[in-house]
Design a binder for this molecule. Structure first.
Ligand SMILES: Nc1nc2c(c(=O)[nH]1)N[C@@H](CN(C=O)c1ccc(C(=O)N[C@@H](CCC(=O)O)C(=O)O)cc1)CN2
Length: 300
């Protein structure tokens, strides 16, 4: 039996519609227009596309969008001065520095410079700590999108065995905290996990976030499990012509879809949720900064 394919694009559109609805209410009732600033350092082609798409999506939801494109050789001091000015700007509720940044800059120090209340990436130690201790936090965008999709697909997640492959600060760790909050039994697997295949075979929910193309084959998947593929890997596609490439996830989609109950494709699965949840987090930040109620259906 073939799995149900989870349509991330369609689900992202429902999140964006909720965001737009909340933005228009914030503007009508409180004269508040949420504002998002995205900072790009350098000219990484994929990052340029993501930043452009973030700006378009932000404006389409009725929010203020500000983009700062800085040259690759920008110094840490100049970048911090920009972040400080965005921290102090009352029209900006969310700040995101697009990753990766050039090697001379430290992602950790950049995140530390952002006001935690405006950290819509949820990467600061303050937000990571709040999330880990079960308090009101800003959750990072990709895991938040995965959680919303899982809830929408499976309903109550409590008691489910969830295995997350990958322990990054951006996805693996916050994903684990979010699933724990929803009372899953959570395992974080990684490159040193002894028997990864057996660990994954126990899972009702598999979240693959390692960045290794097609490394999870179908025979690791428990029949009927829900498979969320966070990987976005570009591999050679000679069948499309010389020098051509295609995107694949961390899961071997063709074999996994024959066993799983539900599965996200790549592209068109988790990717679109990342930007939708960035918008959701910006609305959440605008509400919190102004002492208003949390936007319904847009937080963890
Ligand atoms: N500061 C951050 N930097 C980065 C993040 C992040 O969450 N915060 N995540 C990624 C990039 N990213 C958003 O920033 C992102 C990645 C992928 C997609 C997406 O929609 N992917 C499509 C395929 C796109 C393609 O054709 O290349 C899909 O999966 O369908 C959106 C956003 C790293 N940096």
């Amino acid at each position: 039996m073939s799995a149900q394919i989870l349509d991330g694009k369609a689900f992202a559109a429902t999140i964006r519609a909720k965001v737009a609805d909340h933005v228009s209410r914030l503007m009508a009732d409180h004269d508040i227009q949420p504002g998002l600033a995205v900072v790009l350092v350098g000219e990484d082609p994929a990052s340029e596309v993501y930043v452009r798409n973030k700006g378009i999506a932000t404006r389409e939801c009725g929010m203020k969008s500000v983009e700062h494109k800085l040259p690759a050789e920008t110094s840490a001091e100049d970048l911090y001065a920009l972040i400080d000015s965005l921290n102090a700007d009352p029209s900006i509720h969310g700040i995101l520095v697009q990753f990766p940044v050039p090697d001379h800059l430290s992602e950790r120090d950049i995140v530390a410079r952002i006001d935690p209340a405006k950290d819509v990436d949820g990467l600061s130690v303050v937000n990571a700590g709040l999330l880990a201790s079960g308090q009101q936090a800003m959750a990072s965008c990709t895991p938040l999108g995965c959680l919303m999709l899982l809830r929408d697909t499976l309903g109550d997640l409590s008691g489910k065995d969830a295995v997350i492959i990958g322990r990054s600060n951006l996805v693996g760790k916050p994903m684990a905290q979010l699933l724990l909050r929803d009372s899953c039994t959570v395992t974080i697997a990684h490159s040193r996990t002894k028997d990864l295949a057996e660990t994954v075979r126990r899972a009702d929910i598999v979240v693959a976030a390692v960045g290794r193309p097609q490394m999870v084959p179908g025979d690791w998947i428990k029949p009927g499990a829900t498979v969320i593929d966070v990987g976005i890997n570009r591999i050679p596609a000679p069948e499309k012509g010389e020098g051509k490439t295609r995107l694949v996830g961390d899961v071997d989609f063709d074999s996994a879809k024959e066993v799983a109950g539900h599965i996200t494709p790549v592209p068109g699965g988790v990717g679109p949720l990342t930007i939708a949840c960035l918008l959701a987090n910006t609305v959440t930040a605008a509400c919190r900064i102004n002492g208003l109620d949390e936007p319904e259906g847009l937080t963890a």
